[in-house]
Design a protein around this ligand. Structure first.
Ligand SMILES: *[C@@H]1O[C@H](CO)[C@@H](O)[C@H](O)[C@H]1NC(C)=O
Ligand SMILES: *[C@@H]1O[C@H](CO)[C@@H](O)[C@H](O)[C@H]1NC(C)=O
Ligand SMILES: *[C@@H]1O[C@H](CO)[C@@H](O)[C@H](O)[C@H]1NC(C)=O
Ligand SMILES: *[C@@H]1O[C@H](CO)[C@@H](O)[C@H](O)[C@H]1NC(C)=O
Ligand SMILES: *[C@@H]1O[C@H](CO)[C@@H](O)[C@H](O)[C@H]1NC(C)=O
Ligand SMILES: *[C@@H]1O[C@H](CO)[C@@H](O)[C@H](O)[C@H]1NC(C)=O
Ligand SMILES: *[C@@H]1O[C@H](CO)[C@@H](O)[C@H](O)[C@H]1NC(C)=O
Length: 792
């Protein structure tokens, strides 16, 4: 009998439990009643089931009073009363008192959070919108959670003058980002750290005007509507990528300072991103803390400049600290600078000087005690002395570099431990790629200094490729060796990059000059295989009058220039009358063979990539190398394509190489190739880098039209180049008048209309600028590059 009662009891309770659980999920809480943390069923649920309100378990014993998405897989929290102070499971409760106050107490009765009310409440209700409201007798709202957002805004929940978002969440209690209206009433994202305050969205370098914001609208309010459009009184407007559908969304200020709009996938409860403020997260301030540098590797990560170590490896936002003491120069401490290419630090400018040389910028920083580094921008030219380093970022394509001040004594010490400088850390503390920040000491000033920097910049760029190559190479030859060893070998290969070869070696590599790849004005090119199995192209020069030593010095400078879009010189041979250069082998041969030969058809996207790549290579030659190298013979024959059709410019540095000791003043006239040479070459003015810009313009036209513009048929009576001038004039007119059919017609017919008109227009526009007859009116290559980049 007793046992059957027990069984009955069991059956009953197993039926009753779910029933009571369902019954517990009302959407309101009457005055005088409470919810306790102990029973999971003690929760409110909105009538449509979207949101729940109650105790949310962080662990089996710690709870927060929260509103969460019932149907999201991880029960995402939309609002929380006490995320910084969780309560215990046993004995904690939240109670709606008769006087209208709502009080959250911990197990021992401590009040953790409370709402103070001015009137008597009737009940608290969880609305379908996710808003928890406390209403009085007359059904008016005494308090609502929508007025007190945490890190998330729900649709229809306003951000106002007083309601701001703060990025902290349960797992990231120290995060300093906020979304709020600033003092000009512009909705902004700010880094609001313990010792620094920075606005970083919208773009702080632009006026609110250029950011399309309206300042000083006193309404100060913004909200996401049900269809996924966000609007604010300052004209902040954005749309969810899935705009228009009634999807459950949330706008969350994540702990990494990025504002993201998420949409719920109802089928599996996951969230997907439907908008975010930053697609380039290194623009967010404070990510890597003091002295830290944010970079894409390509995963976003933080690193410390040379001479600095991470303060707290588990939290990169705490930045890096120097391992040396930067004292003033009175004590005789000699200072050096370490260059970090393509890197900028935002803010903290002691001084800003426009149009100055790297040299004087450096001298200014040396002279100032409080200058810890400087940023030298090539374009637009400027020198920024920094008193502190914050918001550091390495951005590919940034036309400038940061130079960190470090004591020379430190540098010489650390050279012994190169790895200390080369370990690149990443936010999540997993060690990833390594690369060297090249260093530069104080003594080696003068001309070599420029070359040196040039080399260092490039060194940084290609080193990764080389390490990869080293790995591959080692893996191939010694597949059994450990990865660490392979990496070390990679370094060895890197440092061993430029070599002198003997003539015998090269003759062997080319099987006695058997496979000729091509023949140019300077000599023939042969394919060769070095002893270490690397495939190379070997150029046998003719008519070089320089002496051996002089030639080698000159070439080793060319050999030290590395850029993705420049063909690398790997070595040189200069013996007796033999002058040979060893180049990397570029798989796909020259652009000319594709454009005018029968090697295959280049699609528009490939052509566009080539246009941009060549601009990058030339900009590097002209500007990063301090105006040192003018190519003088830019043409499709000298643009090689690798297996991914990334262009690489070859034969740079030749003009200089062959010009040395030139007694013939007409030399400049015979360099360059007919059809590509700028008009000023015919006159006797000195050649500047603008001649390359002109030739580049011709190449652009050829990329678009797919034919040799330089060989356009001209009237018998007209002078050379008249046809090209006529073409440029027509293109200019047609772009101006927007004659699309004409433009369509001028594009290479082999493309069958498969091109992007806006890109074609851009390329043509740049081409006609480059083909300006007056050279001062031509843009320089940095301007050209800038045009491409800003279009992207
Ligand atoms: C929270 O409770 C649920 C069930 O109520 C359980 O599955 C989950 O593991 C708990 N979470 C933690 C962190 O204890
Ligand atoms: C209510 O009042 C108490 C004491 O005056 C204060 O500490 C608390 O922050 C107030 N609560 C709210 C939600 O305003
Ligand atoms: C408001 O923003 C839109 C685009 O977001 C822009 O086109 C418009 O010019 C802006 N209005 C003002 C007054 O800035
Ligand atoms: C300010 O913003 C509100 C709300 O968006 C808008 O209705 C109002 O026209 C704006 N006022 C001005 C002066 O732009
Ligand atoms: C939602 O999730 C399902 C299952 O994982 C997936 O097949 C579907 O593509 C997702 N929908 C969206 C819009 O992401
Ligand atoms: C820097 O100076 C502090 C105090 O003057 C000293 O304790 C510390 O050892 C110095 N650090 C180095 C690397 O010289
Ligand atoms: C760290 O990086 C690894 C490698 O990409 C990744 O799989 C992992 O999810 C990352 N961890 C965190 C916490 O971001």
């Amino acid at each position: 009998m007793a046992s059957s009662l027990l069984i009955l009891n069991l059956i009953f309770s197993s039926f009753l439990a779910p029933i009571s659980a369902v019954a517990g999920l009302a959407n309101y809480l009457h005055k005088g009643s409470s919810l306790s943390a102990k029973h999971a069923s003690d929760a409110l649920q909105s009538t449509d089931g979207t949101f729940s309100f109650g105790f949310y378990n962080l662990s089996s014993t710690a709870f927060t009073l929260s509103i969460w998405f019932t149907n999201s897989a991880d029960k995402t929290i939309a609002w929380s009363a006490n995320q910084d102070r969780p309560v215990h499971r046993d004995g904690s409760k939240v109670m709606l008192n008769k006087d209208g106050s709502m009080v959250l107490t911990d197990y021992d009765g401590t009040v953790v959070w409370q709402i103070n009310s001015s009137a008597e409440a009737v009940h608290a209700e969880l609305m379908d919108s996710g808003n928890l409201v406390i209403k009085d007798q007359g059904r008016s709202i005494l308090w609502q959670s929508f007025d007190h957002p945490t890190n998330t805004l729900l649709p229809m929940q306003p951000v106002t003058a007083t309601a701001k978002l703060v990025s902290t969440d349960l797992s990231h209690p120290t995060s300093y980002y906020t979304l709020r209206f600033d003092d000009r009433y512009v909705l902004s994202l700010a880094y609001d750290g313990p010792d620094i305050f920075n606005l970083y969205w919208p773009n702080p370098d632009q006026s609110s005007w250029t950011n399309y914001r309206i300042s000083y609208n006193r309404s100060r309010s913004g909200a996401l509507d049900k269809l996924g459009k966000f609007m604010a009184s300052d004209n902040t407007t954005f749309y969810a990528s899935d705009w228009g559908l009634e999807i459950k969304r949330r706008l969350t200020l994540d702990y990494d300072g990025n504002l993201r709009l998420y949409s719920l996938n109802e089928s599996d409860g996951s969230w997907y991103n439907s908008w975010m403020a930053f697609s380039q997260p290194c623009e967010i301030h404070g990510l890597c803390g003091w002295n830290g540098i944010c970079a894409y590797t390509p995963r976003i990560g933080c690193s410390c400049p040379p001479g600095y170590v991470v303060s707290d490896p588990s939290d990169w936002s705490r930045g890096c600290k120097p391992v040396f003491n930067l004292t003033c120069s009175n004590d005789g401490q000699k200072m050096s600078f370490v260059r970090i290419p393509q890197t900028d630090f935002w803010g903290f400018d002691l001084n800003y000087v426009m149009s100055t040389s790297l040299h004087s910028c450096r001298a200014m920083c040396l002279a100032s005690c409080s200058c810890v580094a400087f940023v030298y921008k090539v374009y637009p030219n400027g020198c920024f002395l920094k008193s502190d380093l914050f918001n550091g970022k390495t951005v590919p394509g940034y036309l400038g570099a940061a130079y960190i001040k470090v004591p020379q004594s430190y540098l010489s010490r650390s050279r012994a431990h190169a790895s200390e400088l080369s370990n690149r850390h990443v936010c999540n503390a997993s060690k990833s790629q390594t690369f060297n920040y090249a260093t530069q000491s104080n003594k080696e000033m003068g001309t070599m200094w420029y070359y040196y920097y040039c080399f260092l910049a490039a060194f940084f760029l290609v080193e990764l490729c080389f390490i990869a190559f080293g790995w591959w190479f080692m893996a191939k030859t010694h597949s059994a060796r450990s990865a660490v060893w392979a990496a070390e070998e990679g370094y060895r290969v890197v440092t061993d990059h430029f070599r002198r070869f003997t003539y015998k070696e090269l003759r062997r590599a080319t099987r006695n000059f058997k496979y000729e790849l091509g023949r140019g004005r300077y000599g023939s090119v042969y394919k060769g295989i070095l002893d270490d199995n690397r495939i190379v192209a070997i150029k046998k020069l003719k008519d070089v009058k320089q002496g051996e030593a002089e030639f080698q010095t000159e070439v080793s400078v060319i050999g030290s220039i590395y850029h993705m879009n420049l063909v690398r010189v790997m070595g040189v041979c200069s013996e007796g009358s033999h002058r040979l250069l060893v180049y990397e082998y570029v798989e796909n041969g020259s652009l000319a063979m594709f454009l005018f030969g029968s090697k295959g058809l280049l699609q528009w996207q490939q052509r566009y990539k080539i246009a941009v790549g060549v601009a990058k290579g030339l900009a590097y030659l002209h500007h990063e190398c301090m105006d040192w190298i003018i190519h003088c013979d830019v043409k499709p024959e000298n643009i090689l394509l690798d297996q991914d059709f990334e262009p690489k410019i070859s034969d740079f540095g030749f003009a200089k190489l062959l010009q040395r000791n030139q007694t013939d003043p007409n030399m400049s006239k015979i360099r360059g190739t007919r059809g590509y040479i700028a008009p000023e070459w015919v006159s006797s003015v000195p050649v500047t880098e603008k001649v390359d810009v002109y030739s580049y313009g011709v190449v652009l036209l050829e990329l678009v039209m797919g034919l040799r513009v330089s060989e356009l048929p001209a009237n018998a009576s007209a002078d050379e180049g008249a046809a090209l001038r006529q073409l440029v004039w027509t293109v200019t007119e047609k772009i101006k008048t927007g004659d699309q059919p004409w433009i369509d017609g001028v594009v290479d017919p082999r493309l069958n209309g498969n091109f992007v008109l806006s890109e074609v227009l851009l390329v043509l526009e740049i081409a006609v600028l480059c083909l300006e007859k007056v050279r001062n009116q031509r843009p320089n290559m940095n301007h050209v590059l800038q045009k491409f980049l800003s279009y992207e």
